[in-house]
Ligand binder design. Structure first.
Ligand code: CTP
Ligand code: CA
Length: 224
């Protein structure tokens, strides 16, 4: 069955994938970021491309390169830049997969010059909320578009993931298992449960990120 579905062509289907962290500048040499490697999003972009889809990958700062030349890559730094790029590309996308670990907050102001430590005994950095890219695209979602998010939760995992799916108007949410030793930001493997807005729940074992990507693509492109 896997063999059959992997061979189904997604030719002509337009796909947007986000990957990696975002960096929110503090001053010219410092930022707020996170440990996302971008591997999961890159694997999803490459899996879609291998099936013939037209893929645009909006990538935060990562040290990865694409193995597939058929993917159009847009590099961004901050959540705002990622949001702007996604709004444009999502307009005519059939599938949108948001695998990026978007920073929730950014410094209210970016210092023009390097902040100096002398004469201070600490500092308070005021942060403002970043746009929610998933929710923004969820509001603008058009008929037939499939919108997929990710979640990583420390408690009430499925309940919280379903809450996000509803609030952001997603069709599917991929829940990363935090408890599994083979899952996580820097790893090459992952373990996921995929939940849908119509109540489906599919759990997978620990696999390479490329295999997880194939499971995700199979699941969200399967016609019911
Ligand atoms: N996401 C997004 N834009 C943001 C934050 C999150 O598009 N500013 C997307 C992520 O790419 C992911 C999904 O929303 O697909 C869930 O991300 P998560 O950080 O778990 O959700 P939050 O709403 O930020 O909730 P939390 O307070 O748990 O971080
Ligand atoms: Ca978040």
């Amino acid at each position: 069955e896997r063999y059959f579905s992997s061979c189904q062509s997604l030719k002509g289907q337009r796909v947007l994938v986000t990957a990696g962290p975002t960096y929110e500048n503090i001053d010219p040499v410092r930022f707020i970021g996170n440990y996302s490697s971008g591997k999961m999003g890159f694997a999803i972009a490459e899996e879609f491309a291998s099936r013939g889809a037209e893929v645009t990958l909006v990538a935060g700062p990562v040290s990865l390169s694409l193995k597939d030349d058929n993917v159009r890559r847009i590099d961004v730094t901050s959540a705002r830049e990622m949001c702007d790029a996604c709004k444009k590309v999502a307009k005519d996308a059939d599938y949108v997969v948001l695998a990026a670990a978007v920073a929730d907050y950014a410094p209210e102001t970016v210092a023009e010059k390097k902040i100096k430590r002398e004469g201070t005994d600490g500092m308070i950095l005021r942060l403002v909320k970043n746009p929610d890219i998933a929710a923004t695209l969820g509001e603008a979602k058009h008929e037939g578009q499939v919108l997929v998010g990710f979640a990583l939760e420390t408690d009430h995992e499925e309940e919280n993931a379903i809450g996000k799916l509803r609030r952001k108007n997603l069709d599917w949410i991929v829940l990363n298992s935090l408890r599994d030793p083979g899952a996580g930001f820097m790893k090459d493997t992952n373990k996921v449960t995929i939940l849908s807005s119509s109540g489906e729940r599919i759990s997978f074992g620990t696999k390479s990120k490329r295999e997880v990507a194939a499971d995700i693509v199979d699941t969200i492109t399967a016609k019911s």
